[in-house]
Design a protein around this ligand. Structure first.
Ligand code: 5GP
Ligand code: 5GP
Length: 230
């Protein structure tokens, strides 16, 4: 009887322990996402220049850059799974929306696939414990739909007209309209002026909703920044 009980204990430990460990390791994969959108005018007017996608000039709107898993301490995982390459066939139903909402501006001109592939392989593969490849791209598209950055800014009189606006007014108008404090990243135009380049919003681990950012990236804009046209 004792031997039977002991072996039952050993068997149940063997069954339970691996699932406990795998659960805890996957919940530590990352803590939240940055959802990053880029202003095309600011990608294009730097010294590096840009190239429009093969499908033509994108809309004068913020475009998706990526959905990036992150840790609360500010570090982040990258290139997490070489066995899951970008597979266009898994997202064929999303391609039309991706061309619109996630256009590439890098040179030489491309369809966007190289950009999406890079984002999936560097960042998307690190969210596989929560969402698969189709869900990863679908989640980013849904977030873009839900967060009308340009609408938030123009409602506050902040327009892409090459003028300068206070960083505070940009942050406040997004917070006011979207409900969460964004992080604003700047780059420099061809003459060296600081300008509104990317806007970061934070998203919970499941990708279902915006949250206040547990930590902001580093970097600084000026107090007044340009909002170039596109
Ligand atoms: P940069 O050095 O231009 O800010 O960033 C280069 C790239 O590093 C980004 O496009 C992104 O792929 C990655 N990266 C930069 N900062 C972060 C971050 O805070 N979190 C994550 N997940 N990736 C980042
Ligand atoms: P990350 O900075 O996310 O690590 O890398 C961005 C990569 O995607 C770079 O290799 C960049 O050349 C490419 N890329 C292609 N299209 C775009 C675009 O429209 N914006 C940005 N930021 N990178 C792009």
């Amino acid at each position: 009887m004792k031997i039977l009980l002991a072996s039952l204990c050993v068997i149940s430990l063997l069954v339970i322990l691996p699932s406990v460990f795998s659960a805890s390791s996957s919940s530590e994969d990352f803590d939240f996402f940055y959802f990053v959108q880029q202003w095309p005018g600011s990608y294009c007017d730097t010294q590096k220049k840009c190239c429009y996608p093969t499908t033509g000039k994108p809309a004068a709107d913020f475009g998706i850059h990526g959905l990036w898993p992150n840790y609360k301490d500010g570090t982040y995982p990258s290139n997490c799974d070489e066995t899951k390459p970008f597979d266009k066939s898994t997202i064929s139903d999303l391609i039309t929306s991706m061309k619109k909402s996630w256009p590439t501006l890098a040179c030489p001109s491309g369809s966007g696939e190289a950009f999406w592939e890079h984002e999936w392989e560097k960042h998307g593969t690190c969210s596989e414990s929560v969402i698969d490849q189709h869900e990863y791209f679908q989640t980013a598209l849904n977030l873009k739909q839900k967060t009308n950055l340009l609408g938030a800014l123009t409602k506050a009189g902040i327009n892409p007209d090459g003028k300068s606006y206070s960083l505070e007014s940009i942050r406040d108008s997004i917070k006011e309209s979207i409900g969460f404090t964004p992080w604003v990243e700047c780059n420099r135009d061809g003459s060296g002026n600081s300008q509104l380049y990317q806007v970061y919003l934070c998203v919970d681990r499941s990708g279902s909703g915006l949250i206040e950012c547990p930590v902001f990236p580093h970097g600084k804009c000026g107090a007044e920044i340009e909002f170039p046209s596109f």
